[in-house]
Design a protein around this ligand. Structure first.
Ligand code: IYR
Length: 227
């Protein structure tokens, strides 16, 4: 058993206390920035510096996680041949999905988004970020212990990633073809890693559109109870 050891937060110099007015102003500014984030499905193929994406992934890797095991692995795909293979595999699953694997209720829920089985963005966008959730791992690379709250942890990390990309001026799409086992095969990840999501990243195409349906965000009063 490793004993807990601590360092004063103040000695890290990482916490900044803001006066109340500034705190309010910053929370409003962040809210407005979040309001300007939209999922897009039409990407420009304009290149984006890899370091930008790597910084966003590094920020995602700072997310809190169960027992700080950091149960995630990211594969950054820029190679056009690999993107083409992933697109073909995803489109095969999506074709089955839209042809009837999905329930009528599911297809009806998706109809206002206007999605279909053609996934041009997977080859148009400069980057595909495949996210894997590790069932086993640990705080050190190479650890092989049980991980905890894996889905919660990886979900938080993807949230960090989406906001980091947005803050850098990039658009993103969370894409989850079902099933996603082809990601392990194509990208050489072990079977104990669950393929979690593909995050498509790049600049939006000049003619990118946002479905009106996606602009309907619930009001705070409808998502918050204050007691
Ligand atoms: N994976 C499919 C279907 C899809 C499902 C949901 I839930 C969405 O919010 C969007 C799409 C696709 O990518 O088309």
């Amino acid at each position: 058993m490793t004993a807990a050891a601590f360092v004063p937060l103040a000695s890290l110099g990482h916490y900044t206390e803001h006066p109340p007015a500034e705190m309010l102003a910053r929370s409003r500014a962040f809210l407005e920035a979040a309001r300007r984030r939209h999922t897009v499905r039409q990407f420009s193929s304009e290149p984006v510096a890899r370091e930008v994406i790597e910084n966003c992934i590094a920020a995602a890797g700072l997310a809190p996680s169960g027992a700080n095991h950091q149960p995630w692995h990211f594969v950054l795909v820029a190679d056009p041949r690999i993107k083409a293979r992933l697109r073909a595999a995803a489109e095969a699953e999506e074709a089955a999905f839209y042809a009837g694997k999905a329930s009528p209720e599911w297809l009806e829920a998706l109809a206002p988004l206007g999605t279909d089985a053609v996934k041009s963005y997977m080859t148009a966008a400069p980057y595909l970020i495949a996210v894997f959730a590790q069932r086993r791992g640990g705080p050190e690379p190479g650890d092989d212990r049980k991980n905890y709250y894996v889905n919660e942890s990886v979900g938080i990390a993807v949230g960090f990633l989406l906001l980091a990309l947005h803050d850098a001026g990039l658009a993103a799409l969370t894409h989850t073809p079902n099933p996603m086992g082809f990601l392990n095969e194509e990208l050489g990840r072990p079977a104990n890693e669950k393929p979690y999501m593909i995050v498509v990243a790049g600049k939006p195409a000049a003619n990118a559109e946002v479905p009106l349906h996606a602009l309907k965000k619930k009001a705070l009063k409808d998502i918050l109870t204050v007691l």
